[in-house]
Design a protein around this ligand. Structure first.
Ligand code: HMG
Ligand code: MG
Length: 300
């Protein structure tokens, strides 16, 4: 199969750790431009504690805005459903977050666990076991409400607090996420320091899982994310998360840089004969523009 699915996480992972908090309107413009460039899977918000992650405080407004964009004239807003051809994903850390997401109308939910006990505690204030119990409740409810659910495992190769992570720890969490009903598990290389050998070791350890239901979520601190994508492609993975302009980082993983840049990933994949459905020139323009908005440069 020559198709690779890109999940654009710029509006969530890309913006969550930025010093500058974009207005809801700027976020909605960014998301509209991503759609215009051909992105069909977009992670738009995160229903976490706004005191801890203030950049995501307007998650409800963002979700309402993408589902029901303001009408251009005097017509009443038309719900676009966010589902006909675009899936708008939201991060949900607990039942409280799920209730907020539901109230805003979200239909695509992502829960996020970790393979490192220390990171789990720092990130969501729970042990891995306790987070999986909470996610079991969230995912059951979300599925019975007709939502689609994705799962993340963070720290799949390294953890800022614990160093190297054993693939068995990743396998354990990924299996639990599949068992509770996640349709896909995204493998978060949170620190962005893995080598292709680390990714090979990881994916050899996950061979019992269906590769078509795994995604690569590679941060790019060491500049090796594209090599890691190449390695993951050789193991059969066909879904990758990325962020326009390579924005991103986790407030609870100090030193980690952004995700692999969508514009670089698209170019890289097209050069290798893969289709992504994303226009390489348009996404490069979107990346340059959002970087300009964040860094205060003149807009492109
Ligand atoms: P907590 O503080 O442990 O929860 O939050 P709590 O139950 O002790 O409650 C404390 C306060 O938070 C209470 O309010 C709750 O109501 C409130 P107060 O009484 O103090 O006014 N609260 C909430 N408010 C809004 N929405 C909620 C919510 N839950 C509780 N959902 C929680 C637990 C997980 C919410 C918190 O620790 C948190 O928000 N953590 C932030 C986690 C985060 O956003 N991390 C970054 C995203 S993950 C990531 O980037 C990795 C990824 O990209 C993959 C990779 O790269 O590896 C996905
Ligand atoms: Mg991330």
């Amino acid at each position: 199969m020559n198709r690779v699915q890109i999940v654009e996480v710029g509006p969530r992972d890309g913006l969550q750790n930025e010093k500058k908090i974009l207005s809801t309107e700027d976020k909605l413009n960014f998301i509209a431009e991503l759609q215009e460039a051909g992105c069909t899977q977009i992670e738009v918000a995160s229903f976490v504690n706004p005191k801890l992650v203030p950049t995501m405080a307007d998650a409800s407004e963002v979700v309402r805005g993408v589902l029901c964009p303001p009408a251009p004239s005097n017509c009443p807003p038309t719900p676009s459903n966010g589902g006909d051809d675009i899936d708008f994903w939201c991060l949900v850390p607990n039942e409280r977050g799920y209730a907020r997401a539901q109230e805003a109308g979200a239909r695509f939910i992502a829960v996020f666990a970790a393979a490192s006990e220390s990171f789990s505690q720092k990130n969501i204030g729970r042990s891995i076991e306790s987070s999986l119990e909470e996610y079991h409740k969230v995912v059951s409810q979300a599925l019975s409400d007709g939502c689609r659910v994705r799962g993340y495992v963070s720290c799949v190769t390294h953890c800022h607090y614990e160093g190297k992570i054993n693939p068995e720890a990743v396998l354990f969490v990924a299996e639990k996420l599949f068992e509770m009903g996640c349709e896909e598990v995204s493998l978060g290389e949170t620190l962005g320091c893995a080598t292709p050998d680390d990714i090979s070791t990881l994916l050899n350890g996950l061979k019992s899982l269906p590769c078509e239901k795994l995604a690569g979520h590679f941060h790019d601190t060491s500049g090796r994310a594209l090599q890691n994508v190449e390695t993951a492609l050789s193991f059969g993975l066909r879904t990758f998360d990325s962020s326009a302009a390579g924005l991103g980082g986790c407030p609870f993983a100090p030193g980690a840089a952004g995700n692999v840049a969508t514009e670089s990933l698209v170019r890289f994949l097209h050069e290798r004969g893969f289709e992504t459905g994303i226009d390489a020139e348009k996404i490069a323009f979107v990346g340059a523009r959002i970087a300009g908005v964040l860094r205060g440069r003149a807009e492109v």
